[in-house]
Structures are given as structure tokens and as C-alpha cells.
Ligand binder design. Structure first.
Ligand code: HSE
Length: 430
């Protein structure tokens, strides 16, 4: 029988679910793994908040740093679920690692920004800093990459890594609602908050997660600055409806691959053909696809957020530590990670969807196609649809493959034409 003493800092949805799960499944865990998990201390901002367990059954510690020494008892593992990229969580994790205490965290923002330093401290102190819960909630992608397919040569990793934005995009389509209305609804349902929504909507939360995936998949330094990030703020319900008509769905896609000895990591909205699995990932679910030299498409889909699903990942990290795992936290020794230059993704070729709203007057279509033609942009499909607003009709275009930089050049010129009414929507196609 193995005993592990753990303490938990942060009792939001995930922290509370971890306590409830360990309490409910303690006998099952013992029977299955010979492991007894003792929660020796809890700390959070508000002791009196209503939770799914009775806080009075546990030792309450006001200052989270005191979790690291409770009446001279040092925990085996600190579970950090406070969040935020710096501040208390960073200090707490750094101190715990320096005191040779293993850390399990769900804090992707902190790791994406300070992971290089924190993983080094963990390595120097021969403890683990595990973070399955930081990427895609309950989907075991970190262990899959780090433990199971580590000897594959990863070609590309891509996916939907943010549940809130996927919920918003899906609900806009199914309920035919505006971005603002559904964002309001997502906050009411607790998927995101005023604090978090900028990270979610702006694509930063997904890019934090992609930073960690890129490190494990390609051995790249943990460096958030390698990401190009674009959120879903500009996606309109009319574009969602138009692209559906053309056989696509808009998804916030994070992807990372090596090219010309550089790393290309981006998070941005893309059009996915309706017959691809990634187009049909609904609500707050996440999905990840890994292409390797040995696996054409390893596709994982599941709950990317939520208390219980994320608690499953926390438990898997506790279990890994209980097995005295020899795996390092990120698969590599920190000195073996490489510094890669950032590949400028505007040099990549892709097909694009364009939506141009124009005044309905003779010669408009031919002028637009002439501008595209002058820039060698070949049109695969062009559609002018009738609209209630007669003087503001949409023209939809799907281009053949073209470099982003070249397309932008041409679109900027078209934007300046006097009959063009609004900003032109430009979304790359997968
Ligand atoms: N805010 C995240 C999301 C969940 O919406 O996916 C935690 O990573």
C-alpha cells in the first residue's frame, strides 16, 4: 500500500471536483492501485463559498504558501489550481519545486510563460511538474505524446483547444445568434468569466495550450512568443451561415509544425469542410489530431473543460507520480530543448474564403475579379447572394491556394474601392 499526502491550492470547479472525486472513489482507488491519497490541506480565496463537499472535513490553510509545511508535514504533491500566469500560483509552484515537492497543475498560462524556468527547477530538484489538466481538460494528450508516442516523429499537431470558443461558434450556428449574445450566454453558464473571456475569445488560452503541445511534440523551448494568435471576435453569424452554405464550418484551430527548421505555431479561425471530424466537434468539446511518421491521423476528442473531466487529468498525474515515474515532466531534459526561429505563417499557402459587402451596381463583380486576377489570385468559386439590404449585398469568394501575404495585398486594394461597404472577412480554409 502506498500513501500519498497531497494539498490543493485553488478550489474552483476543478479543485472542488478533485476533492469530491478523491473522497468518493478512495476505496475504488485503493482496490485498483494500492494507493491511498490523503488530502492534508486545502487553500482558496473564499472558505465559505458553496461547494460539492464540506470544507470543514479538511484542514484549511489561509495562505497557500503554508500548504508546503503543515505542522511540520511536507506534502508529497502540491496540486495548483489557482490559475493566473504570475503572482501567487507562480511563487507557490516555484517554492514547492525548490523544496522537492512534486507539483501537478492545470495552469497553462503560467507554464506557457514561465515553463522553461519551472521545468528546469523541477529537473534540478528531481521532482515532477505535471500538467495533463492544463491542455484539453480530460483528454490525455500530454501522456499520449510524452509516454506513448514519444518515439514517433511528429509532423503536425492540430486541434480545437478551447471549449468556450467552440461552444460560442457552435451555439451561434445552432441558435442563429450573434457573437455578443452567445458570449453573454457562455458567461451565464459558467464556461467563461469576465476575467477569462479575453484569454478564451482572443485565442490566447488555446495558444498557451499549443505552446505546451509544441514543446512535447517537437522539443521546442517553452516559448509563448513563438505563437501567432487570432481570436474569434470578428466572426459574424452571417459568415457562419454563408460558409455552411458553401460546405464548411468555422472553428478556432491551433496548429503547430516544423518547416525549414523553423516552428510554425498558430491559433486562428479556419474553415473546416463539413465532412471532416474536426468540423463536427460540438459545444465545449475539444479535439486534437496528431500526424506522425507512423500514425497518419491520431484523433482524440472529448471534454476539454469542466470540473470532473479535468479532475480526471489531475488524478492521472497523481497516479503517474505514485508510480515513481521515470518520465521527465516534458519528456526531454530541459537542456535538450531547442531554440527554434518562428516561421512567418503569412508565407504559407492556403485557400481562402472572402466575404465582401458591396453596393449593387454594374461592374462590381468584374472589378473585384480583375483586382484578384492582377495579383494572380485564382478564384475557385464566386457567389453573389441577394440580400434584404439592396445596397449592401454580399459577394462570397473561395480562392485557390495563395500566400496570405499576397492575398492581403490584393484585398487591401479591393477594400479601398468606393463600392465596398464594410471590412472584408478573410478566413483561411483547411
Ligand atoms: N477556458 C478553457 C476553455 C477551459 O474554455 O477551454 C480551461 O482550459
Amino acid at each position: 500500500m502506498k500513501n500519498l499526502n497531497i494539498c490543493i491550492a485553488g478550489l474552483g470547479n476543478v479543485g472542488s471536483a478533485v476533492v469530491g472525486l478523491i473522497d468518493k472513489n478512495s476505496q475504488y482507488i485503493k482496490n485498483k492501485s494500492n494507493l491511498t491519497i490523503n488530502i492534508i490541506g486545502l487553500s482558496a480565496k473564499n472558505r465559505d463559498k458553496e461547494r460539492n463537499f464540506n470544507v470543514r472535513d479538511y484542514k484549511w490553510i489561509e495562505n497557500p504558501i503554508d500548504l508546503l509545511n503543515i505542522n511540520d508535514l511536507k506534502p508529497d504533491i502540491l496540486i495548483e489550481l489557482i490559475g493566473y500566469e504570475k503572482g501567487v500560483s507562480y511563487e507557490l509552484v516555484k517554492t514547492a519545486l525548490s523544496q522537492k515537492i512534486h507539483v501537478v497543475t492545470g495552469n497553462k498560462a503560467m507554464l506557457a510563460m514561465y515553463g522553461q524556468e519551472l521545468f528546469r527547477i523541477a529537473e534540478q530538484n528531481q521532482v515532477s511538474l505535471l500538467f495533463e489538466a492544463a491542455v484539453a481538460g480530460g483528454i490525455p494528450i500530454i501522456k499520449t505524446l510524452k509516454n506513448n508516442i514519444f518515439l514517433n516523429k511528429v509532423k503536425k499537431i492540430s486541434g480545437i483547444l478551447n471549449g468556450t470558443t467552440n461552444y460560442i461558434l457552435t451555439t451561434m450556428e445552432t441558435q442563429n445568434k450573434s457573437f455578443e449574445d452567445v458570449l453573454h450566454d457562455a458567461k451565464k453558464r459558467g464556461f467563461t468569466s469576465d476575467n477569462e473571456s479575453k484569454l478564451d475569445i482572443g485565442g490566447y488560452d488555446a495558444a498557451h495550450k499549443l505552446t505546451l503541445l509544441s514543446t512535447i511534440a517537437f522539443g521546442v523551448n517553452v516559448d509563448f512568443n513563438l505563437n501567432k494568435v487570432e481570436g474569434i471576435e470578428k466572426i459574424t453569424i452571417e459568415d457562419i451561415n454563408f460558409v455552411k452554405h458553401l460546405g464548411f464550418r468555422i472553428k478556432l484551430i491551433s496548429e503547430s509544425f516544423l518547416i525549414n527548421d523553423m516552428i510554425c505555431s498558430s491559433t486562428k479561425p479556419k474553415l473546416i469542410p463539413l465532412d471532416k471530424p474536426m468540423a463536427n466537434v460540438d459545444g465545449a468539446l475539444n479535439a486534437i489530431n496528431v500526424e506522425t511518421d507512423q500514425l497518419e491521423n491520431l484523433y482524440l476528442e472529448g471534454e476539454g473543460a469542466g470540473g470532473l473531466a479535468t479532475a480526471s487529468s489531475i488524478l492521472s498525474d497523481i497516479f503517474e507520480i505514485s508510480n515513481n515515474s521515470k518520465f521527465t515532466s516534458i519528456g526531454y531534459n530541459i537542456n535538450d530543448l531547442k531554440k527554434y526561429q518562428k516561421f512567418d505563417s503569412s508565407n504559407l499557402e492556403s485557400k481562402f474564403y472572402l466575404r465582401i459587402r458591396v453596393k449593387d451596381q454594374p461592374g462590381v463583380l468584374s472589378k473585384i475579379t480583375t483586382y484578384l486576377n492582377d495579383s494572380n489570385i485564382s478564384v475557385e468559386k464566386i457567389l453573389q447572394t441577394p440580400d434584404k439590404k439592396e445596397n449592401n449585398i454580399p459577394i462570397l469568394i473561395i480562392t485557390h491556394k495563395i500566400k496570405t501575404s499576397e492575398l492581403l495585398n490584393s484585398v487591401n486594394k479591393i477594400s479601398d474601392l468606393e463600392f465596398v461597404n464594410e471590412n472584408i472577412s478573410i478566413i483561411p480554409i483547411e
